[in-house]
Ligand binder design. Structure first.
Ligand SMILES: C[S@@+](CC[C@H](N)C(=O)[O-])C[C@H]1O[C@@H](n2cnc3c(N)ncnc32)[C@H](O)[C@@H]1O
Length: 428
């Protein structure tokens, strides 16, 4: 296969990468469905040789829809068959809502220290070296996705198998305008952005929109005008700015950051990868499972059991290295972390994901420097000031009323209440 037709590189076969540690940056998209609408999910035995008792005992339904079965086949055909005895895709109730979320479920007991998921490096989409700009890998991804959607060969990478089957993976990704992505501030209305009472989140969101716009105009519009086959979307249309926004959200919510050693310099650099199946693990801040592996041809990217796993358990991982707060979660992943499994079991009043943001605003907790680092005094001041516009009880009354019904506005309210409660707890 030829390299991509423009300047974006997606290394589907990372020839010069050597040892890699999966660091894990985060996690991803929720295929949120109403509990009542599970038409394509049945409570059958899982793929492979699952114990039906286990799936029944946890009440998790295994996804055996046509697209899921095609995806399992894709995994098996590319060297990942052993996974299918251990795990499948399931629908889990999302705490505190009437929604379900797709995730990975164990189909058998797995001992601490054993692999839960092992994906050959060749199955990953390696978007190359990490940078702060997610729009570049998003553009590469969108090009491949458009090629697949319009029935063309994917002109990237070297593996025939992948080009034949990667659509079975793409078909499992949260679709354009699906409910999953709409939770991200990228898709918030101006009113909802204001309601966050968080000038820094609002400014970063607007900056990202500008980045997407500039990237769209520079790389997609011009390329689409030059070649009618690039970025084709639908019968006679082309990918729009809004499609690139969706692709950018897929990047920020799904890539795993994997350390790669460059063969020429020997330097270790972070790469961004989509790793099928591993990218379907949801977030649990308290998950002990460990991501590791090699990003070299023949290597495996793995989720290793950090504790004994029982058949029927959700296989979650901790996004953001455990140091990111809900300011990142609402922007990058489109959900609010209301507490890890241990936190919830312990009945904590304020989730750690809010506390982390509050500590940043109050300039506490300097030991846990996260991706935003320390804030300037000015940014701290204006952030704290903005939150004073309303009190916690006013916000809670508003949330309980039927005055705010739009999802983005409700999420903004929940976010600001969480931050205010965390600030209150830390300053009392
Ligand atoms: C890497 S994907 C994980 C798999 C995803 N659920 C799927 O079906 O493709 C990350 C996305 O999953 C969803 N997600 C993951 N963990 C979640 C959680 N604890 N609560 C709510 N949504 C979550 C969010 O939409 C997030 O952007």
């Amino acid at each position: 296969f030829a390299p991509l037709a423009n300047t974006h590189h997606v290394n589907l076969h990372q020839k010069d990468a050597s040892h890699i540690k999966v660091h894990m940056a985060k996690s991803k998209s929720a295929t949120k469905r109403k509990n009542s609408s599970q038409s394509n999910v049945s409570s059958l035995k899982g793929f492979g040789a699952p114990s039906s008792a286990a799936t029944a005992s946890s009440g998790v339904s295994i996804d055996r829809s046509k697209s899921a079965l095609a995806f399992y086949d894709y995994i098996a055909a590319n060297g990942g068959e052993s996974n299918l005895k251990r795990v499948g895709l399931g629908e889990f109730p999302l705490p505190g809502t009437d929604l379900n979320i797709r995730g990975v479920v164990a189909l058998q007991d797995i001992r601490k220290g054993d692999p839960i998921i092992e994906i050959p490096y060749e199955m990953a989409l390696d978007f190359g070296r990490q940078s702060v700009d997610p729009t570049l890998p998003a553009t590469s991804f969108l090009q491949m996705y458009c090629q697949w959607k319009s029935g063309q060969d994917i002109k990237a990478g070297v593996a025939t198998l992948r080009s034949q089957y990667i659509g079975d993976y793409f078909a499992m990704l949260p679709a354009y305008q699906s409910v999953d992505c709409l939770g991200s501030t990228d898709f918030f209305s101006d009113e909802a952005l204001e309601m966050l009472q968080s000038p820094l989140v609002k400014e970063e969101t607007l900056l990202r929109r500008d980045l997407v716009k500039a990237r769209y105009e520079r790389d997609i519009e011009t390329m689409a005008a030059m070649s009618s086959n690039l970025y084709r979307w639908g019968e006679d249309g082309f990918a729009t700015f809004s499609h690139l926004q969706w692709a950018t959200w897929l990047i920020t919510s799904r890539v795993l950051t994997v350390q790669a050693r460059e063969s020429d310099t020997g330097a270790t650099v972070p790469h961004r990868l989509f790793i099928p199946l591993i990218d379907m693990c949801n977030h649990d801040r308290d998950s002990p499972h460990i991501l590791s592996g090699r990003a070299e041809p023949g290597g495996m990217l793995k989720v290793m059991a950090g504790k004994d796993v029982q058949s029927g358990d959700a296989i979650d991982i901790s996004y953001g290295g455990g140091v990111e707060g809900n300011d990142r979660f609402i922007q990058d992943y489109g959900f609010l972390d209301s507490g890890g499994s241990k936190e919830r079991a312990g009945g904590t009043a304020v989730a750690e994901a809010y506390r982390l943001v509050a500590k940043k605003l109050l300039d506490l907790g300097k030991k846990t420097i996260n991706s935003m680092g320390r804030l300037s005094i000015e940014d701290q001041k204006r952030s704290l000031e903005a939150l004073k516009a309303t009190t916690i009880s006013e916000d809670e009354a508003l949330l309980a009323s039927d005055k705010v019904i739009k999802c983005d506005e409700r999420a903004a309210l929940v976010y600001r209440i969480g931050i205010k409660k965390a600030i209150q707890e830390l300053t009392d």
